[in-house]
Design a protein around this ligand. Sequence first.
Ligand SMILES: Nc1ncnc2c1ncn2[C@@H]1O[C@H](COP(=O)(O)OP(=O)(O)OP(=O)(O)O)[C@@H](O)[C@H]1O
Length: 311
Amino acid sequence: MDLLQVAHLKKYFATQKAVDDISFSISQGQIFGLLGPNGAGKTTLIRMITGIFYPDAGTITLDGAPFDPVNDIGKIGYMPEERGLYKKMKIGEQALYLAQLKGLRKKDAIESLKTWFAKLEMDSWWNKKVEDLSKGMQQKLQFVTTVLHQPKLIILDEPFSGLDPVNSNLIKDEIFNLAKSGSTIIFSTHRMEQVEEICDHIILVNKGQKILDGTVQGVKQEFKEHLYNITFASAPPQTEAAGLFDIKQTTANGLILQKHPEVSNNQVLSHFLAHGASIDSFNEILPTLNDIFIRKVEGTPLARQFQTIQD
Ligand SMILES: Nc1ncnc2c1ncn2[C@@H]1O[C@H](COP(=O)(O)OP(=O)(O)OP(=O)(O)O)[C@@H](O)[C@H]1O
């Protein structure tokens, strides 16, 4: 079942088509990567999905009904990139206050906070002030206040920025747990290796338009270049490619080759075996999401230029 459907969403500012007819859907329990270069339109899209901006056109369907920015607030947890905590307020009080704003009763909020504080090793923080916390510690607190009310849709903008590897793993595990227990997660970041690790499905947005949509594996398959790494027990055999592949690189104990698309793996392996080679390994080299991102966005100016909008 789709938890969120976005159809033909548009948001135009005076000089910018920030979001220009974007559609996508996200199934319940999915971890969904919203990717794009600076100025692509990601924040504007998120602001419409969270009810901060009204769309100029298009529809948003949340949990099977038209999105209602006022009454659906409890269904969404949003951790924006610019964090918004009150510096002078005590951490426990602040978390409690934010939880109650999202509709939790005080008793339930305290119980849930205690569980989360224990899970993320924050037990001793309750009476400290936000200003006493490091950037990474504030990040953890913000994460807890985002997910505390068990929202159906959790939107995380760069959730790992400022976190050390141990704390990143802690939060990553919790993201997986939340998805496993049925929450749907939108994850926005510029860090492609995290997307490969975490997301099931991605879209890539550029200049307000969606330019890629698919599963991480599907997208990698779509952009594959039929490159393979083959290694041998001894030096690579001196053999011609015989119209089966091109040799792209010779490595210490093998070759990187580009197979002609119609040629099967068996044909390549048989070719080497016929030349007396002893094969150690044969692996396809798929492009990284980083390569794909750069390939799709390359050629567009680094900074989005301002437009004159007629319609
Ligand atoms: N309130 C606004 N008024 C006018 N233009 C805006 C406003 N908000 C965003 N824009 C423009 O809309 C475009 C998309 O901006 P947006 O913040 O959505 O991008 P982004 O993908 O989130 O970028 P980043 O990765 O840098 O955060 C930009 O060209 C920006 O100048």
